[in-house]
Design a protein around this ligand. Structure first.
Ligand SMILES: Cc1cc2nc3c(=O)[nH]c(=O)nc-3n(C[C@H](O)[C@H](O)[C@H](O)COP(=O)(O)OP(=O)(O)OC[C@H]3O[C@@H](n4cnc5c(N)ncnc54)[C@H](O)[C@@H]3O)c2cc1C
Length: 449
């Protein structure tokens, strides 16, 4: 008999898990996915983090293809298997793509000499799905899962999981009360929008966790022409440097070009910054933006530390902007990016302490590598990636060490991107269809087209 599988979160991880199961013939009626957002037909553009495909459904659509990028995968399964799992995720995005031939891979191969004295350049392939297509991909993918009998529950929020009696408690949006779903296997993929909930569960069950690093920095912005010679080699370039003895490394993160806009993220009622790239030529602004992110190891309570720093870098209800020559730029809707402009960095240095020097040096060295840059840049402060503490899981199927039928996956575990989140979702369910009555398809999947 099929086990009853409940998936909390219809994000990238949850959807790839369900797809693996039904591709292999697992009965869809025994899979229930609960999500607090909307199905892909009703999901609105402003619902950035919730609904079918989660944050991945409204993302930049860049599928990184390297085990050193996007969070933890090879540490569980080794390099070879990790690449195989990532292939499956990329194939899923292609098979539900209305124009799969337009999914392109960029693969820079050589580190240019001009950056070598100051930075390393991470070279890795990226598959570009295209933000504009994600909506259609979502609909095709959803229709496929529904056609296989998968049960979806939308607009309802899981607020409690009882590991002892295998029950998931759900509240219905706009209504009082709640109901419970029972499970034999639970896939827990609540992503960043469920980070507080994941933390609550970890606290309630006192799950053993692995310590995490702090990921904090700024969103850097400048006219694109200063960076063009590097963009021509690597569109989404990743400059990096490491200070091993200090437990600190820095990298440029998520580079946007051509039609590049700085986006405000609101987390825990504070503002931090991220970036978006539009595809439509009418939005072209010839700007470049990217995060300069520091990974800091060895800070006690990294989550609390990051939240405190972010909170102290707010003024007048928003984050900060500093530039020697510019003012905050406009959003694609023509409004000023919300940020309070400061005329010196003394306050920021005070809050970030010695760590601020690493960011300052990074910018100074970029001025040497890109000589036209000079003072023609600005920074939005802060950019932050809150990494939830990683519960200890077994490496075979990401089941919790203490509750092996509960599998943490995606950003709720240790992923930081689409490909790794999807791959973790697949890994969590693979064993359920291996060598049993449903393992009858042997890799032959039903394609959308
Ligand atoms: C603006 C933006 C752009 C991005 N661009 C990229 C990119 O180009 N490339 C890349 O690799 N990564 C990108 N990312 C990150 C990527 O989207 C995530 O790493 C990935 O989606 C994580 O997958 P996940 O399944 O773990 O969580 P998510 O995809 O976030 O899904 C989690 C789901 O859980 C649901 N949920 C949460 N809590 C509950 C609850 N209590 N009850 C019921 N449902 C719940 C949410 O509604 C959501 O649908 C981007 C993120 C953002 C915000």
């Amino acid at each position: 008999m099929a086990k009853k599988i409940v998936i909390v979160g219809a994000g990238v991880a949850g959807v790839n898990a369900a797809t693996k199961l039904v591709d292999k013939g697992y009965p869809g009626k025994d899979i229930t996915i609960v999500d607090m957002g909307n199905d892909p037909y009703n999901r609105k553009p402003e619902e950035v983090m919730t609904g079918f495909l989660g944050a991945g459904g409204w993302s930049d659509g860049k599928l990184t293809y390297h085990t050193a990028i996007g969070g933890q995968l090879s540490k569980y399964v080794g390099e070879k298997k990790a690449m195989k799992l990532m292939d499956e995720v990329i194939n899923n995005f292609k098979r539900f793509h209305p124009k799969p031939e337009e999914v392109q891979c960029s693969n820079p191969i050589a580190e240019p000499d001009f950056i070598k004295p100051y930075f390393g350049l991470r070279l890795f392939p990226v598959w570009h799905v295209g933000t504009d297509y994600l909506h259609e991909i979502g609909k095709n993918w959803y229709d496929y899962l529904v056609s296989k009998g998968v049960q979806f529950i939308w607009n309802e929020r899981v607020f409690k999981v009882d590991f002892e009696s295998d029950l998931v408690y759900v509240t219905v949006k706009g209504k009082e009360g709640h109901y419970a779903l029972d499970y034999d296997k639970l896939i827990f993929g609540v992503g960043k929008s469920g980070i507080d909930f994941a933390q609550e569960i970890q606290d309630e069950y006192q799950l053993e966790t692995e310590s995490k690093s702090v990921q904090i920095g700024v969103r850097f912005e400048a006219p694109q022409h200063h960076f063009q010679k590097l963009i021509d080699i690597s569109y989404d370039f990743k400059l990096y440097r490491k200070f091993e003895d200090k437990g600190v490394s820095l990298r440029s993160f998520c580079t946007n070009n051509n039609a590049a806009y700085v986006a405000v993220e609101e987390t825990y009622k504070n503002h931090s910054y991220n970036g978006h790239a539009k595809k439509d030529p009418k939005y072209r602004n010839d700007m470049t933006n990217f995060g300069i992110l520091m990974e800091i190891n060895g800070i006690k309570n990294p989550f609390e530390w990051s939240r405190k720093v972010v909170n102290e870098l707010q003024f007048a209800g928003t984050g900060l902007y500093y530039s020697p020559s510019r003012i905050p730029s406009k959003t694609s809707e023509g409004n000023k990016v919300s940020a309070f402009q400061i005329d010196n960095l003394n306050g920021v240095k005070h809050v970030m302490g010695e760590y601020w020097n690493y960011i300052e040096d990074f910018i100074e060295d970029m001025k040497k590598v890109f000589p036209t840059l000079g003072d023609d840049w600005g920074i939005y402060i802060p950019e932050v990636k809150y990494l939830s503490p990683e519960p200890l899981v077994n490496h075979k199927d990401l089941g919790l060490s203490e509750y092996p039928d509960v599998h943490f996956v995606g950003d709720a575990l240790s992923a930081r991107g689409i490909t790794v989140s999807g791959a973790q979702g697949i890994l969590a369910v693979e064993d359920l269809v291996k060598g049993c009555e449903w393992d009858n398809i042997h890799g032959d999947v039903t394609y959308f087209k």
